[in-house]
Design a protein around this ligand. Sequence first.
Ligand SMILES: [Zn+2]
Length: 150
Amino acid sequence: MDIQADIMDHYFMEEALALARKAYEEGEIPVGALVVAKDRIIGRGYNQTERLNDVTAHAEMIAITAAADHVGSKYLTDCTLYVTLEPCVMCAGALYWTQVRRVVVGAQDEKRGFSKIKQPLLHPKTKLVTGIMAMESQELLLKFFRELRT
Ligand SMILES: [Zn+2]
């Protein structure tokens, strides 16, 4: 295992978690995402489906759009996307089109996660890393849904 890469992954996942907490504070399902190029954050997003009344306003979609705008290209081939919860099928599909180099995931999504689909959805060039700070991401989601029920 590459220790340096692992440290950076935790560092950026902490940043993605901060975005998830922001979503939480705004009454949105707490998911945060960011896109990193050369150890710099070039796109941020958190779930805003309620505020924007838009089912496509997932954290990943917003972060991808911001990053593409930043690099001036629809491709994110030299980038890493960090997301606190496993992408859904829609977001995995969008990530395919970006040809993003790496996708780093926090918690697994047992219900809507893209890995439930048998067909590989990410681009063949994309490297997938899972389980980075999964507990923290999961905790925040559980807290949100617990409060929603009470
Ligand atoms: Zn999604």
